[in-house]
Design a protein. Structure first.
Ligand code: SAH
Length: 349
C-alpha cells in the first residue's frame, strides 16, 4: 500500500524526505533528465550520502551549481554503546537542538527507536524525556535522518522503526505520517515493521487512523483505572479511559489493524494481582496485544522495577484471561538508552 500524504512545507527545502516523484520533479525543474531522480533516491536513501557532492554519478558541473542545496542530514554529537550492543546517539539538528536516537541490534533485526519531537510536553511522571521540557516538533527529514544515521553506523539494513524516542508522535501527525511514507516507500521498510506509540490524545487517534496506514499502533495505557492513569500521565485528566478505549476500537474499525497496549510495570503501584485482574477486565473482548514494560529507573522518579517473579505473576493472570502478552526487553539500560531514559540533558548546545 502506498502512503499518500503531503510533506509539511514549513521547513526550508531539503532533499531528504522527498519521494521519488518529488525528486524527479525537482531534477527536471533544474533541467536534468528524469532518471536523475532515481539516482538521487538511490544515493540518498540506500547509500545514505550526506551531501549532493558525494553523488558521483551526477555531472560534476551540476553538482557544483547545487552546492547550496541541503540534503537535511544531522551531525553526530555523541554516541555511546551499551554492553548489550545497543547504541545511543545524540544528534545535532541544523538549529543546534539535540535529539536522541537508539539503535537496537539482534541477530535478525536492527530496530531504530526514533524521536518525533525535541523533548516532550506530556510530562509523564516516570519518563526522563518528559522531565526535560519541550522545544519543538521534528520535520520529516529530521525523523528519516535518524534511521539513515543508524543504518550507516551499523553498516546494516534497518528492519524495524519504533516511534518511542523523545516526543509524542500524535502531536506531530503530518511529519510523522510523511516520515512513515518515506521509510516505507523510499527506505524500503515494511509498514508492519513501523510502530507508532502514543499516550493517546482526544481526536488524534481518529485523525491518525484516517490515514489508513498498515503500521503497528501502540497505546501507552499504563493503568487499569482512571485515577492511577492520571497520576502517571497528567494529560489523562482530559481524556478518560472509556473514551480512549472507544477511540482505539474505532482505530481497529477504520484500519483493520489491531491495537497494542503498552503497560509500564511499577512495583507496588500497578503490578499487583488485582491490577492485572482489573486490566484483563478492562480489555476483555478487545482485539489487542499487551506489551509489558518493566520500569527503567530514572533519577527524577522513585518508582521501583518489579522482580522477575512479580512480572511473571502479572503476565500469568493476563494470559489466563486469554490476553496476548509480551514483555519488552530493557535493551540499552546501562547506557541510559532504554525506554524513558532519553533525556538529552542539554536539548540545545
Ligand atoms: N509519547 C509516546 C512515545 C514515547 S515513549 C508514548 O507515550 O507512547 C515509548 C514508551 O516508553 C511509552 O510506552 C512510555 O510510556 C515508555 N516509558 C517511558 N518512560 C519509561 C521508563 N522509565 N521505563 C519504562 N518505560 C518507559
Amino acid at each position: 500500500m502506498v502512503i499518500n500524504n503531503p510533506v509539511p512545507t514549513d521547513s526550508a527545502e531539503v532533499l531528504l524526505g522527498k519521494s521519488l516523484p518529488e525528486l524527479t520533479a525537482w531534477v527536471q525543474a533544474q533541467g536534468q533528465p528524469a532518471y536523475r531522480g532515481k539516482q538521487l533516491q538511490q544515493w540518498i536513501y540506500q547509500q545514505g550520502v550526506r551531501s549532493l557532492a558525494e553523488i558521483s554519478v551526477l555531472p560534476k558541473a551540476w553538482r557544483a551549481e547545487q552546492a547550496n542545496v541541503a540534503l537535511g542530514r544531522s551531525t553526530l554529537h555523541h554516541r555511546s554503546v551499551a554492553p548489550d550492543k545497543t547504541r545511543k546517539y545524540l544528534l545535532r539538528l541544523t538549529d543546534g537542538m539535540l535529539i536522541e536516537t537508539v539503535g537496537i541490534p539482534t541477530a535478525k533485526r536492527l530496530t531504530v527507536c526514533v524521536s518525533s519531537q525535541v523533548g516532550c510536553p506530556m510530562a509523564c511522571d516516570f519518563c526522563a524525556t518528559g522531565k526535560g521540557g519541550f522545544r519543538r516538533n521534528l520535520a520529516v527529514h529530521e525523523i528519516v535522518d535518524q534511521v539513515l544515521t543508524v543504518q550507516n553506523d551499523f553498516e546494516r539494513r534497518v528492519s524495524n522503526v519504533v516511534f518511542m524516542g523523545m516526543g509524542e508522535p500524535l502531536l506531530n501527525i503530518p511529519a510523522v505520517v510523511a516520515a512513515l511514507r518515506v521509510l516505507n516507500q523510499e527506505v524500503g521498510i515494511g509498514q508492519r515493521s513501523l510502530t507508532v506509540s502514543t499516550v493517546g490524545l482526544p481526536d488524534r487517534i481518529r485523525e491518525f487512523a484516517e490515514h489508513r496506514l498498515q503500521v503497528t499502533f501502540a497505546v501507552s495505557l499504563h493503568a487499569s483505572n482512571q485515577a492511577d492513569r492520571e497520576q502517571l500521565i497528567p494529560s489523562a485528566r482530559h481524556y478518560k479511559l472509556p473514551q480512549l478505549l472507544a477511540d482505539c476500537r474505532e482505530y481497529v474499525e477504520i484500519t483493520g489493524r489491531r491495537v497494542s497496549f503498552e503497560y509500564i510495570l511499577l512495583a507496588g503501584f500497578n503490578d499487583r494481582p488485582q491490577d492485572a485482574i482489573a486490566l484483563a477486565k478492562l480489555l476483555r473482548g478487545f482485539q489487542s496485544h499487551i506489551n509489558l514494560i518493566p520500569y527503567n529507573p530514572i533519577d527524577e522518579a522513585d518508582y521501583q522495577r518489579p522482580t522477575p517473579a512479580q512480572l511473571q505473576a502479572f503476565r500469568d493472570i493476563l494470559e489466563q484471561s486469554k490476553l496476548a502478552t509480551s514483555v519488552r526487553q530493557s535493551r540499552g539500560l546501562a547506557a541510559d538508552a532504554a525506554c524513558g531514559q532519553l533525556r538529552a540533558s542539554q536539548l540545545a548546545s
